[in-house]
Design a protein around this ligand. Structure first.
Ligand SMILES: [Zn+2]
Length: 421
């Protein structure tokens, strides 16, 4: 089996892994301005594409593969398909503003046509090949999957975690590694290698206390969130503590979509109840949302576009107000800049933020000990080769795995290819 890494190595963003030149696992973009895309874009023509989940850094470039003589077959869960189409249409809109074009509405329509929706735990043979595919719940966002792929003729199998979480959140049931098939090769995400998550309950309490304090002092609490997963999780947390947020941006469309897929959620009723209490905002109501002490949940989670920039521009000088980031900020994004330099860029202008900035780790990724446990489980079930991807400390992670398990642990670089027999 030949594995080529086209992106997502020693970085978080633009995940893309090509197997035997014909099966592509994920095809994402890094949501910086302008977005970064996988190596070799435009020159690869896979027969099949397997999408682990709908976040842009895994799915964002899939529609661009449709613009060729032979568009590939696409495999993903039903909710991932709907989300990928929604985000694809948004990317076209963002591209019009920011001056890039990766694909068209026609490509999204074609992707819809070429997609085979896959249920967790069902094995299927990829069209015209000797590969068997299975998707397993990855516990990261609704519809997220880890990918098992087996090449029958060579008797070699791999397991690609995608983004994975082995702990429950309000929105999601956790992944269940006990149900994962064993495999010869493991490709594991590394986002939180060497970082442990805080106790979730304590974190929620601190987050809520900080918001309450902001409201009491007359400020606005701006909570930037990913549209997919994080917005819904945060609205559920606020609701459970009796806070009624304004919700702005694409997280609302994603909520409407999730409502149709209750089986992918831990507690659809709780999500619906939280949103029926929230106040929905569009561009006409933004002024009003800021006219009183308020908590505003809005996209984009890493501050690269979206209504959050409107709010930041309005509150950046108000020291009573706060920006409460809710997750990891990828290098090169506005969010990372805010954390490291205290400013953001909006419409080409650098704005210094004097409002408070706080960061909360409401991560939907496995923490350090969960990642290590997963490597341990696979290695004790016969895995001999482990690739560390999707993280900024993959080399350290690989060194840890080879020291502890004697496996062949590798931190690949973008563009590298490996042959595993
Ligand atoms: Zn993700």
């Amino acid at each position: 089996m030949k594995i080529k890494f086209l992106g997502g190595c020693n970085e978080v963003g633009r995940s893309a892994i090509l197997v035997d030149g014909k099966i592509l696992m994920d095809y994402g973009m890094r949501p910086s301005d302008p977005p970064e895309i996988p190596l070799g874009s435009g020159s690869i023509s896979p027969k099949s594409v397997v999408v682990s989940h709908a976040h842009l850094d895994h799915s964002g470039m899939v529609p661009s593969l449709m613009d060729s003589g032979k568009a590939p077959d696409v495999y993903m869960t039903s909710v991932t398909k709907e989300l990928t189409m929604l985000l694809g249409r948004d990317t076209i809109k963002v591209g019009k503003d920011q001056g890039f074009v990766f694909f068209s509405e026609e490509d999204i329509r074609k992707m819809d046509e070429r997609t085979h929706t896959v249920a967790y735990g069902n094995r299927l043979t990829l069209d015209g090949s000797d590969y068997v595919l299975e998707l397993c719940n990855a516990g990261h966002i609704p519809g997220s999957s880890s990918v098992y792929l087996r090449k029958e003729s060579e008797d070699v199998s791999l397991f690609y975690t995608g983004d994975i979480k082995m702990d429950v959140s309000r929105l999601m049931e956790s992944a269940s590694p006990a149900d994962f098939p064993s495999s010869d090769i493991l490709l594991i995400e590394s986002t939180y290698y060497d970082k442990e998550h805080r106790n979730r309950k304590e974190l929620e309490r601190e987050f809520i206390d900080s918001i309450t304090e902001t409201l009491d002092s007359g400020g606005n609490a701006i909570v930037p969130c990913f549209a997919v997963g994080r917005t819904q999780e945060i609205v559920m947390i606020l609701h459970s503590y009796g806070l009624t947020p304004y919700v702005d941006g694409m997280g609302l469309s994603v909520f409407s979509l999730f409502r149709n897929y209750p089986s992918f959620l831990k507690d659809a009723k709780a999500m619906n109840a939280a949103f029926s209490d929230a106040q929905f905002v569009n561009s006409k109501k933004r002024k009003k949302a800021l006219s009183e002490p308020s908590v505003i949940v809005t996209t984009a989670g890493m501050l690269n576009g979206g209504p959050v920039l409107y709010y930041l521009k309005k509150i950046h000088e108000d020291t009573r107000s706060k920006v409460l980031l809710t997750g990891y900020q990828i290098e090169g994004t506005n969010g990372r800049r805010l954390v490291e330099e205290g400013c953001v860029e909006t419409n080409g202008e650098i704005v210094k933020v004097n409002a408070g900035v706080e960061q909360y780790d409401f991560s939907a990724h496995a923490g350090d000990s969960e990642l290590k446990k997963l490597v341990s489980r696979f290695c004790s079930n016969g895995t001999e080769v482990v690739f560390m991807v999707h993280g900024e400390h993959t080399e350290e992670f690989a060194a840890w795995a080879s020291d502890n398990f004697g496996c062949d642990a590798i931190a690949p670089k973008n563009g590298e290819e490996f042959i595993i027999e």
